[in-house]
Write a protein that binds this ligand. Structure first.
Ligand code: WT7
Length: 692
């Protein structure tokens, strides 16, 4: 083993051509007010002090009973944190703030139609509404601690109210992203075994009042077919007291929450002290294959971890106005719109609509009106905002001290626009790498302690100890310029406990590959496999290259799709780029490049050639795309991820499969048509290409 030349043979080895980016430093003004400026934090959270270091996060919370075991590994790798402790998540996010801050805004809710004013819910109001709804859940719906309930709700205040009412009673909530279909909702109802569905009649999206109740009917019908009966559907109303959906209510099954609530006015329900390791919620992640995985998150560990990282990485202070533009239907929203910020008594902004609707200035008007100073979004949104309104932010008088990017690797070009234009050169940026499974951030700079590097998430956050392995389990060290599989060496409190109902899948997906001894109860033997490719530079910063599968093998040379995409974004005309592999009899695979343009630019063969050349210049000839497709838009999921699978099918002349879950299914036909027209042309040029 020792003698083997790992560098040449490893399958996990991915050629990396990124150039090192220059560093950006936080301002002294930011540092002066930051929650964490103490360099010793990395010592406090070192592996030597593991797991007790996480007491620091747990102590941000109020416990009914302190725990006796910080980390219980007896059921490895299903870790249990703070065992013996009793806690309630709702109490920690609401009740405990009342004494000093009952009149402070907990939630600023921004409806999409601009003629509807922003609603401000104080902590007192949130407390009252949660209590009344909790009474209804208990006494009308008959729900109790440990039951699962499925929520299929959009970005309205009733969503956190519902989640926190569940948490108050120890009911396990399972929120399904509002934009998902009734069928997707049904699968999650069945998997979680919910017999109550909580939904809303309608909501606004891109200027339309959508009929959301219709999805509930589909979901319940489909769940029934799959063997799960839903006996109550609780329907919130977008406009209380008024029905906004044309879909009829089913007698004896569907109930308007606002009608029922009349019986629960003024009711108060004591929070139920829950064991720290009791599940707080399920969050399903789709994955590319197989049925969705219900990530089971704990109460004490999860809440401690999101409170700690909200404080140290998001730098949230109670006086901040914090806007995370993600959807609460994703883990980002659970951790960093609802639980983390509210545990810290912050004011959290919830926006119903689309950030680019009705125009490119919408997001910045909201920031200006609410005087938002912490802003959190994803590269896909940043690219969209840059595409439609590259100069918009300067027109509005807002000032961010802190910004986050999350969800996929950010191209340095896009990062720099975010920094200069959105952040006006004033805001620090944290690039937070993590996953639905993880509860909270894994890699990120601590904003006042470490410089920013465009395109790199940074080191592990305090208490997280990442390591990169090649496929044979050899460590790939810092500064070697090689990429491999990023793993986390240690458990942490925010980590999911298991896949709901499928412990075997939990073990095989995340631990099997690098587990040193399957019978071991020692956490050191169970590194967590994230499934992402990454590289580590000399200074200890991790650059995430994307999912391990997003690698294209050209003539035995493994290229990360993300670096090809990033290189094409160096061309000013390009707004978005997606690279997919095309089977090639000579080279194995070759990349096909799809790009959409920024406004004001037109597609032309010259432009396509320029983009192609740019890839060759920055990466090498090996990266020359078979074809540069200039398309009007990318096919995207509703969470904004580009559907490379669909593009790959088109490029390889295969069936595109089910596209109904896309945000813009029509674009697929359009691109398909383009590709048909070009097939002849490609056949012509093929000979020329093969010569290279
Ligand atoms: C995957 C997880 C966690 C919240 C949102 C996504 C990619 C996430 C980053 C980042 C590079 C990132 C990874 C990861 N990813 N954040 N800052 N830089 N890649 O949650 O849907 O569970 O997706 O998103 O590939 O594995 P998710």
């Amino acid at each position: 083993m020792e003698k083997k030349e790992v560098a040449k043979t490893s399958e996990a080895e991915i050629a990396v051509h990124w150039k090192e980016e220059e560093l950006f430093y936080p301002s002294t003004k930011f540092i002066a007010q930051a929650n964490l400026t103490d360099e010793f934090v990395y010592d406090r959270f070192s592996l030597d002090n593991f797991p007790e270091c996480f007491k620091e996060y747990a102590d941000l919370l109020d416990w009914y009973k302190y725990w006796d075991t910080t980390l219980d590994t007896s059921d490895a790798p299903c870790w249990k944190w703070f065992v013996g402790g009793k806690i309630n998540a709702c109490y920690n996010c609401v009740d405990r703030h009342l004494e000093k801050n009952k009149n402070k805004a907990a939630i600023h809710w921004v409806p999409e139609p601009e003629n509807e004013r922003i609603q401000h819910l104080t902590y007192q109001e949130l407390y009252v509404r949660i209590n009344e709804f909790a009474a209804l859940l208990r006494d009308f719906a008959g729900l109790k601690a440990g039951d699962r309930v499925t929520l299929h709700m959009p970005m309205v205040p009733e969503l956190p109210i519902t989640m926190l009412a569940c948490a108050r009673l120890g009911i396990i909530h399972s929120e399904v992203f509002g934009g998902f279909s009734g069928k997707a909702c049904a699968d999650r109802i069945v998997d979680s075994g919910s017999n109550v569905l909580i939904t809303i009649d309608g909501y606004y999206r891109g200027g339309k009042l959508l009929d959301h109740k219709a999805n509930a009917d589909i979901a319940v019908e489909q769940a029934e077919k799959e063997g799960q009966t839903v006996d109550k559907v609780l329907v919130w109303q977008r406009y209380p007291g008024k029905n906004s959906s044309p879909t009829p209510m089913v007698d004896g099954r569907d109930y308007f929450v606002n009608d029922l609530l009349k019986d629960y006015r003024g009711k108060r329900i004591d929070p139920v002290p829950m064991p720290a390791e009791a599940p707080l919620f399920l969050m399903y992640t789709s994955g590319t294959t197989g049925k969705p995985k219900g990530c089971q998150h704990s109460t004490g560990g999860f809440l401690a971890y999101v409170a700690g990282t909200s404080k140290y990485i998001q730098d949230i202070h109670p006086e901040d106005v914090y806007w995370c533009m993600a959807d609460i239907g994703w883990i980002t929203g659970h951790s960093y719109i609802v639980y983390g910020p509210l545990a810290l008594c912050a004011s959290s902004v919830i926006f119903e609509g689309v950030p680019t609707y009705p125009d490119a200035g919408r997001a910045w008007r909201i920031a200006e009106e609410l005087d938002v100073n912490i802003f959190h979004t994803a590269p896909t949104t940043i690219r969209a905002l840059r595409k439609v309104g590259p100069d918009e932010p300067a027109k509005y008088n807002y000032h961010f001290k802190h910004m986050t990017t999350v969800g996929e690797p950010i191209e340095p070009e896009v990062w720099k626009w975010y920094h200069e234009v959105v952040g006006k050169g004033e805001a620090v940026i944290v690039d937070t790498w993590w996953q639905t499974e993880n509860g909270g951030f894994l890699c990120s700079t601590v904003p006042a302690l470490r410089a920013m590097k465009p395109g790199s998430a940074g080191p592990g956050v305090p208490g997280i100890h990442p390591i990169i392995y090649d496929d044979d389990g050899n460590e790939i060290k810092a500064g070697t310029g090689k990429a491999g599989n990023i793993c986390i060496q240690n458990p942490w409190p925010g980590q999911f406990q298991t896949i709901w109902g499928d412990r075997d899948r939990y073990v095989s997906t995340y631990f099997e590959k690098y587990c040193k001894d399957k019978n071991s109860k020692n956490w050191r033997d169970w590194p967590y496999l994230a499934g992402d490719a990454a590289m580590l530079s000399k200074d200890g910063y991790f650059r995430i290259l994307g999912r391990i599968d997003d690698v294209i093998n050209v003539s035995g040379h493994r290229l990360g799709t993300k670096e090809l995409e990033s290189a094409s974004l160096d061309v000013v005309e390009v707004a978005e780029a997606a690279v997919v592999p095309v089977a090639d009899e000579i080279k194995g695979m070759v990349p096909d490049l799809y790009v959409s343009l920024r406004p004001g630019y037109d597609p032309s063969p010259e432009l396509a050639a320029k983009i192609s050349q740019s890839l060759c210049d920055s990466i090498g000839k090996i990266a020359r795309p078979r074809k540069v497709w200039i398309v009007p838009d990318m096919p995207k999921t509703r969470s904004g991820k580009i559907m490379r699978r669909v593009l790959a099918a088109i490029s390889n002349d295969k069936d595109v499969g089910d596209t109904t879950t896309l945000a813009n299914p029509d674009i697929v036909d359009e691109i398909h048509k383009m590709s048909q027209d070009m097939i002849e042309e490609l056949k012509e040029s093929k000979k020329a290409l093969m010569k290279e």
